[in-house]
Design a protein around this ligand. Structure first.
Ligand code: AN0
Ligand code: CP
Length: 315
């Protein structure tokens, strides 16, 4: 594996899940693979889980880790070519990336959608520059359009908790006070469309995601109808994708918050969210605290998805 940005990079998904579950059984059995190898994690945005779980995954493989928070202590970076750099940014990404590549063997990048230009975001301009100019294997730690390490961890979690061969999995939009990227729902859809699940997406009109990720999935605009018979409810907010509203908040309708009345419509479904989550906007206290809540096991599986990906990038 040369880079990891979407589900296709994993090849056979059943094989990848199997490998991940084996790693989970004995996470130190590959600790020589990463000996004398350096993992560089570059963050353009905040993180709790990705930062800790990816570093832990690298340590399990015997790697050393360097973390760079671009906005805290590094030079401000220009990202567009052709700009006359007479402003506040002393360094260009086109020099910074190959320099970073000199100091490591694998690079993880977190670079959220900026919502200034849909083309800039959806061409994955920053992540692709790392792939092109670093000379090293690159993996996404949530880039503009995807969060594949999260979706892989979510799939591992569904595999561990499912009670039927082909469970019904519902991705539901939920309200949030700030505009959030589509990366998490995009990747979740990307993975669910390749997994052995019945996949349904529900959101208010206007929140349609990119067809590239939705593909053949059923979109149901009535949230209660979508919840009927569900085995897993995966909640997430995202800002509008479709023009002319790209990056905008169209609704903060709290009737879309996942609460116990809605969970009662399901087949005693598990509740999932990637975290961080705003309680009583996305999900009520009682649902996230209920025995059906998988938010902590999901977060725990981030170590496993990251370790599986790092192992493959090192091999
Ligand atoms: C980010 C997002 O929605 O993409 C990160 C989620 C893993 N969430 C926030 O910025 C709150
Ligand atoms: N789920 C997730 O990626 O969390 P962080 O933003 O805290 O890394």
């Amino acid at each position: 594996m040369k880079s990891f940005t979407n589900v296709k990079d994993l090849g056979d998904l059943n094989e990848a899940i199997k490998e991940a579950l084996e790693i989970k059984q004995n996470r130190f059995s590959y600790k020589h693979i990463g000996e004398n190898k350096t993992l560089l994690m570059v963050f353009f945005n905040s993180s709790l889980r990705t930062r800790l779980s990816t570093q832990k995954a690298g340590m399990n493989l015997g790697m050393n880790t360097i973390v760079l928070d671009v906005n805290q202590g590094a030079w401000k970076l220009e990202t567009e070519r052709g700009v006359i750099m007479d402003g506040d940014k002393p360094e260009h990404l086109l020099e910074a990336i190959p320099v970073m590549g000199c100091y490591c063997d694998v690079i993880g990048v977190r670079s959220f959608a900026q919502f200034e230009s849909k083309t800039f975001d959806y061409e994955e301009t920053i992540l692709n520059q790392f792939i092109r100019y670093s000379g090293k294997p690159v993996f996404s730690m949530e880039a503009a359009t995807g969060h594949p390490l999260q979706a892989f961890a979510d799939l591992i979690t569904i595999e561990e908790y499912k009670k039927t061969e082909r469970p019904k999995v519902v991705l539901t939009w939920a309200p949030h006070p700030r505009a959030l990227p589509q990366a998490v729902p995009n990747s979740f859809a990307d993975f669910m469309n390749e997994a052995n699940v019945e996949f349904v997406i529900t959101h208010p009109k206007g929140y349609e995601l990119d067809e590239k990720f939705v593909r053949g999935a059923r979109v149901e605009y009535n949230q209660e109808k979508a919840f009927e018979g569900a085995d897993f409810i995966y909640a997430k907010n995202w800002a509008a994708y479709q023009d002319p509203n790209y990056g905008k908040i169209l609704s903060q309708d709290r009737s879309w918050t996942v609460d116990s009345a809605k969970m009662n419509l399901t087949n005693n479904a598990y509740f999932m969210h990637c975290l961080p989550v705003r309680r009583n906007m996305i999900v009520s206290d009682d649902v996230i605290e209920s025995p059906q809540s998988l938010v902590i096991p999901e977060a725990a599986n981030r170590e496993i998805s990251a370790q599986t990906v790092l192992k493959r990038l090192l091999q």
